[in-house]
Design a protein around this ligand. Structure first.
Ligand SMILES: Cc1ncc(C[n+]2csc(CCOP(=O)(O)OP(=O)(O)O)c2C)c(N)n1
Ligand SMILES: CC(=O)[C@@H](O)[C@H](O)COP(=O)(O)O
Ligand SMILES: [Mg+2]
Length: 629
C-alpha cells in the first residue's frame, strides 16, 4: 500500500479496507524508523487512521491541516511525499520532527510548542473568508494541548466569529503522562455522540407533522432546546461556546472517521470533532507504556528495550528531582510544580514521595508561574521545574507576578542551551537574555550535578537575597560530577584556576569546551585563568574587574543568544568602568539566529561553538598566542 502513496491524492483512491491495510503498514514503518532515529512514537501511532481519514476527506494543501504541537505529524509526512526521507527524521539536515513549511507545501505552520493550533487555524480561516475561497481549515489538537490557555482563548474567539473552522480533538486521555484537569474529566464523561442528534432530528420531524398545533409545539420545543440539550447533548461545553460538537467517535475506525469528518465539512461555523484514540496504538510496548515511547531514544523494536546512555551517569533532571525530594523531606514548605513535564523534569520521585505537595498544572506555563507566585505569597517555597523553551511562555508572569513583588519562587530551568533533535522551537537559548532583563531576578548556571545540588539548596535556603526569585539553568543530558565544588556565595563566580594573559569565563554546559581551550592554551605556553560563572545575575563585578586588570583577553563562553547574554552584559558593565581598554572581551555564544535540529556535536560545529572553531577564531581574530593579543 505504502508504495502506492506518492501524495494525499492517492489516499483518496483507496477503499476502506485498503486504508486499514495502509494504516497497518504505516505503523510498521513508524516503528521501524523511529526505533533507529528516536522520536515521538506513541503520539504518532495513535493518529494513523485519523491522518489517513483527514487526507481522505480533505484536499491538502488547498485545505489546511494544522497540527497542534506537531509531534504527531509523522504519518502526515509519510502521506505527503516524505516517506523515503523518514530515516532522516530529527537528524542533522534531515526531516524535522515537527511540521515545517520550508519542508513541504502540506505543512502550513511550524510548531513545537503546544496549544497554538486553534488560534492559527482561526486566523487562516478568517483570511480565507476575506479572500473568499471555499477551502477548509482543520486544527488537530490533543487533549493534553487542550489544557493550555491559548486553546480556550481561541475557542472563545471562534465561537463569536462563527467562521467555518474544524477542530479535531484527538482525545487519548494522555498528555505526556496521564492527562490532568477538569477538562480531562469532562471529556471522559462524554460517552456517546449520536443520541441527542438522533432524538432532536426525530422529535422535530414528528412534531412538525402534527396538524394545527405541530408548528407551535415545535417552536416551543426549540425554545426549550437549551434545557433539553443540557440533559442530552454531549459536548455541551463546546456547544455553549458556539461550536457544533460531533462525536465522540472511535479514532481507529476508518468508517466512523470518514462519516464524522464529512459531516464536519458540511457544518456551518466552528465545529469540534471529538475523536477517541489510543496513544501508542498497534505497538504493544507503546500501548502498555505510552509515556516511555512519547519521545524516545532509539530502541530495539522486538523487545522495546531502550539502551542505557553509553556515558552512563545521571541526567541533570534526575539529579534535580532526587535532590529536590531530599530537600523537601527536611522542609515541609517546599512544593513542586510542573507544566505537564513530570517525567522530563525528573519530578517523578517527588510526586511519588509528596503527592500533596506536587502539582501538575497541565500545559500551562503562564498559570504555573502565577500559581507559584500565589504559593510563595502564602509562605511556601515553590519550585517550578520547566524547560527553558517553555518558560518563554511565561515572560509576563515572571515580570508581573513574581519579580515586581520579589517573590521567592525557584525556577528550575531544565533543557537550557541546545537540546538537539527537537530543533528551532525547543532550543533553550533565550532564557539568560530574558531573565537577565528582569529586576530582582537571580540567575544561576551550575556547571555540573554537584553544583546543581548546591545551587538548589542555596536557592531554597533563602540566603540568595532576603527575598526574590532564583532561576537555576541547566542543560539536557548527562551531568558531570566534580569531586567537590566551592561553597556558593551569593553573586560570586568560582575561580577554578588562576593564570595570566587569558581568562576563560564559561557558563554551565560550556565547562567541557573551556577545559579543552585551557589545555590548548597551556600547550602554546599560556596558563589561562579559568572561571565558572555560576552566577549570571548578579554579576561578580569585583572579580571581573580584577580579571581585566590582570589579563589582556577575556573569553566568555555561553550556550545562549549573545544578545542579552552573559558576555554582552559583562562587556556593558566593564565598559561603564572603562575596563574594555585594558582587556579585550571575546564572546562566544549563539549569534542572532534560530538553531535547527540535529545532534549536539553537529550543532555546536554549525554555530562555531565547538573547541576547534573557537580555537581557530581566537588565534585568527584575537591573535591569542604566547606573546599576548
Ligand atoms: C508550551 C509547551 N509545553 C510543553 C510541551 C511539551 N509537550 C509536548 S507534547 C505534550 C503532551 C501533549 O499531549 P496531547 O496534546 O494530548 O498529545 P498526545 O501526545 O497525547 O497525542 C507536552 C506536554 C510543549 N510542546 N509545549
Ligand atoms: C514535543 C515536545 O515538546 C516534547 O515531547 C519534547 O520533545 C520533550 O523533550 P525531551 O526529550 O528533551 O524531554
Ligand atoms: Mg493526548
Amino acid at each position: 500500500m505504502l508504495d502506492r502513496i506518492a501524495g494525499p491524492e492517492d489516499v483518496k483512491k483507496l477503499g476502506r479496507r485498503e486504508q486499514q491495510l495502509l494504516a497497518k503498514e504505516i505503523r510498521r514503518y513508524l516503528v521501524s524508523h523511529v526505533s533507529k532515529t528516536g522520536g515521538h512514537l506513541s503520539s504518532n501511532l495513535g493518529v494513523v487512521e485519523l491522518t489517513i481519514a483527514l487526507h481522505g476527506v480533505f484536499t491538502s494543501p488547498a485545505d489546511k491541516i494544522i497540527w497542534d504541537v506537531g509531534h504527531q505529524c509523522y504519518a502526515h509526512k509519510i502521506l505527503t511525499g516524505r516517506k523515503d526521507r523518514m530515516g532522516t527524521i530529527r537528524q542533522f539536515h534531515g526531516l524535522s520532527g515537527f511540521p515545517k513549511p520550508s519542508e513541504s507545501p502540506h505543512d502550513h505552520f511550524q510548531t513545537g510548542h503546544s496549544s497554538t493550533s486553534i488560534s492559527v487555524a482561526l486566523g487562516m480561516a478568517k483570511a480565507r473568508d476575506l479572500r473568499g475561497d471555499g477551502s477548509h481549515v482543520v486544527a488537530v489538537i490533543g487533549d493534553g494541548a487542550l489544557t493550555g490557555g491559548m486553546a480556550y482563548e481561541a475557542m472563545n474567539n471562534a465561537g463569536q466569529m462563527k467562521t467555518d473552522l474544524i477542530v479535531v480533538l484527538n482525545d487519548n486521555q494522555m498528555s505526556i503522562s496521564k492527562n490532568v484537569g477538569g477538562m480531562a474529566l469532562y471529556l471522559d464523561s462524554i460517552r456517546t455522540g449520536s443520541v441527542y442528534r438522533v432524538i432532536k432530528a426525530d422529535v422535530e420531524k414528528a412534531l412538525k407533522r402534527i396538524p394545527w398545533v405541530g408548528e407551535k409545539v415545535h417552536d416551543l420545543a426549540v425554545s426549550m432546546k437549551n434545557g433539553l440539550k443540557q440533559v442530552l447533548v454531549p459536548g455541551m461545553f463546546f456547544e455553549e461556546l458556539g461550536f457544533t460538537y460531533l462525536g465522540p467517535v472511535d479514532g481507529h475506525d476508518m468508517e466512523q472517521l470518514h462519516t464524522v469528518l464529512e459531516q464536519a465539512e458540511s457544518v456551518a461555523g466552528p465545529v469540534l470533532v471529538h475523536v477517541k484514540t489510543v496513544k501508542g496504538k498497534g505497538y504493544r510496548h507503546a500501548e502498555a507504556d505510552p509515556m516511555k515511547y512519547h519521545g524516545t531514544k532509539p530502541f530495539e523494536p522486538q523487545s522495546g528495550q531502550v539502551p542505557a546512555s553509553p556515558q552512563g551517569g545521571q541526567g541533570y533532571s534526575e539529579v534535580f528531582g532526587r535532590c529536590l525530594t531530599e530537600l523537601a523531606r527536611e522542609d515541609g514548605k517546599v512544593v513542586a510544580i510542573t507544566a505537564a513535564m513530570t517525567d522530563g523534569t525528573g519530578l517523578e520521585p517527588f510526586a511519588h514521595a509528596f503527592p500533596e505537595r506536587f502539582f501538575d498544572v497541565g500545559i500551562a506555563e503562564q498559570h504555573g508561574v502565577a500559581f507559584a507566585a500565589g504559593l510563595a505569597c502564602e509562605g511556601y517555597k515553590p519550585v517550578f521545574a520547566v524547560y527553558s523553551t517553555f518558560l518563554q511562555r511565561a515572560y509576563d508572569q515572571l515580570v508581573h507576578d513574581v519579580c515586581i513583588q520579589e517573590l521567592p519562587v525557584v525556577l528550575a530551568v531544565d533543557r537550557a542551551g541546545l537540546v538537539g533533535e527537537d530543533g528551532e522551537t525547543h532550543q533553550g537559548v533565550f532564557d539568560v537574555s530574558f531573565l537577565n532583563q528582569m529586576p530582582n531576578m537571580t540567575v544561576m548556571a551550575p556547571a555540573d550535578g554537584r553544583e546543581l545540588e548546591a545551587a538548589l539548596a542555596f536557592a531554597l535556603s533563602g540566603t540568595a537575597r532576603p527575598k526574590g526569585p532564583v532561576a537555576i539553568r541547566y542543560p539536557r543530558g548527562t551531568a558531570p560530577f566534580r569531586e567537590e565544588v566551592a561553597p556558593i556565595v551569593y553573586g560570586r563566580m568560582e575561580v577554578l584556576a588562576k593564570g595570566e594573559g587569558v581568562a576563560l569565563v564559561f557558563v554551565g554546559s560550556m565547562m567541557e569546551t573551556a577545559l579543552e581551550l585551557q589545555r590548548r592554551l597551556v600547550r602554546t605556553g599560556i596558563r589561562p585563568t579559568l572561571v565558572n560563572a555560576r552566577f549570571i545575575k548578579p554579576l561578580d563585578m569585583e572579580l571581573l574587574e580584577s580579571l581585566c586588570r590582570n589579563h589582556h583577553t577575556m573569553v566568555v563562553l555561553e550556550e545562549n543568544q549573545v544578545i542579552g547574554g552573559l558576555g554582552s552584559e559583562i562587556l556593558r558593565r566593564l565598559n561603564e568602568g572603562g575596563f574594555e581598554k585594558t582587556c579585550r572581551i571575546a564572546i562566544y555564544g549563539i549569534q542572532d539566529r534560530f538553531v535547527e535540529h540535529g545532534d549536539r556535536k553537529s550543532l555546536l560545529q554549525l554555530l562555531d561553538l565547538d573547541p576547534d572553531s573557537i580555537w581557530e577564531d581566537l588565534q585568527k581574530k584575537w591573535k591569542v598566542d604566547a606573546h599576548g593579543g
